[in-house]
Design a protein around this ligand. Structure first.
Ligand SMILES: Nc1nc2c(ncn2[C@@H]2O[C@H](COP(=O)(O)OP(=O)(O)OP(=O)(O)O)[C@@H](O)[C@H]2O)c(=O)[nH]1
Ligand SMILES: [Mg+2]
Length: 256
């Protein structure tokens, strides 16, 4: 969406933010793979005191590899809260580019360099998209495929966003753009947090580029997806749609 700006400063310092909850079978492999794929990038694990010891494993790998920040969060777990925390730290540390991704290898680390290059070409945000040409999902049960595909269609329609994958968690942001839309003031707990950011990016007229990804179902560990998180997403998207349409109508009445 939009056109890359003519003068783009390539992001210099990048951080990859990875929220984890009970990912002991994935976290070490992921950190090592990321280090090999993007050796210059700092890695940040945001763990919600996973009972399975994910945080301690991340600490060990961090001590071995260096340039890995491990955040051990207290309090109520949640994807939205973990990202709000991680992004705040990334802003404080002054990174130029912030990548977000899942820790279960559904997001292929090999795509990160492409995403950073697209930021360098002038994108404000690069979305790893399942729903642009060349993208897709692999090994997902039909129920998940339908939920994600139609959930995304509904979200795009309601938010009037030309983004095909509004709920994607695999993204690279120009840090200044992400800071402008103020993730700290969002409220969603689950993946609706990502939709909330999409809505703000669209409203801020960010240059959004979608790059195709193949989303693979997790091979190890267990899903954290729940009915509550799905319902939260549907309710919030519908609420945003009503709020936006009401504002449009008010403007229309005022202008007449
Ligand atoms: N810190 C933190 N991370 C979480 C939380 N819930 C999920 N995550 C992480 O967020 C990422 C996405 O969660 P997943 O459970 O893989 O969700 P999903 O990809 O939609 O579903 P599955 O692939 O079916 O498991 C993974 O890296 C999780 O470990 C949470 O409450 N706190
Ligand atoms: Mg997953």
């Amino acid at each position: 969406m939009g056109h890359p700006r003519e003068i783009a400063s390539p992001p210099v310092r990048a951080v990859v933010v990875v929220p984890t909850f009970n990912e002991r079978e994935n976290v070490a492999d992921l950190l090592r793979t990321l280090r090999a794929t993007v050796p210059e990038a700092t890695l940040m694990v945001v763990d919600d005191h996973s009972p399975d010891g994910t945080g301690a494993i991340a600490d060990e790998v961090a001590a071995e590899l260096g340039s890995i920040i491990v955040v051990h969060r207290d309090g109520k777990p949640g994807l939205g809260a973990a990202y709000r925390h991680g992004f705040r730290l990334a802003f404080e540390e002054g990174f130029d580019a912030i990548v977000s991704m899942d820790s279960d290898f559904s997001h292929d680390p090999a795509v990160v360099p492409t995403m950073l290059a697209l930021l360098g070409d002038g994108a404000d945000v690069v979305i790893g998209s399942r729903y642009v040409e060349g993208g897709g999902t692999k090994d997902w049960p039909l129920r998940r495929r339908l939920l994600s595909k139609w959930g995304n269609r509904y979200t795009g329609l309601v938010l009037r966003a030309k983004v095909r994958d509004c709920t994607a968690g695999f993204r690279a942001y120009r840090a200044s753009m992400l800071q402008d839309i103020d993730p700290g003031s969002t409220s969603a707990e689950g993946y609706a947090f990502l939709t909330e950011l999409t809505r703000r990016l669209v409203r801020s007229k960010a240059v959004i580029v979608e790059t195709p990804i193949l989303f693979k179902d997790r091979e190890r560990g267990t899903s954290k997806m729940s009915g509550r998180i799905i319902v939260e997403s549907m309710l919030l998207v519908t609420k945003w749609g009503v709020v936006d349409r009401t504002a449009d109508l008010r403007r229309w009445i005022k202008d007449r």
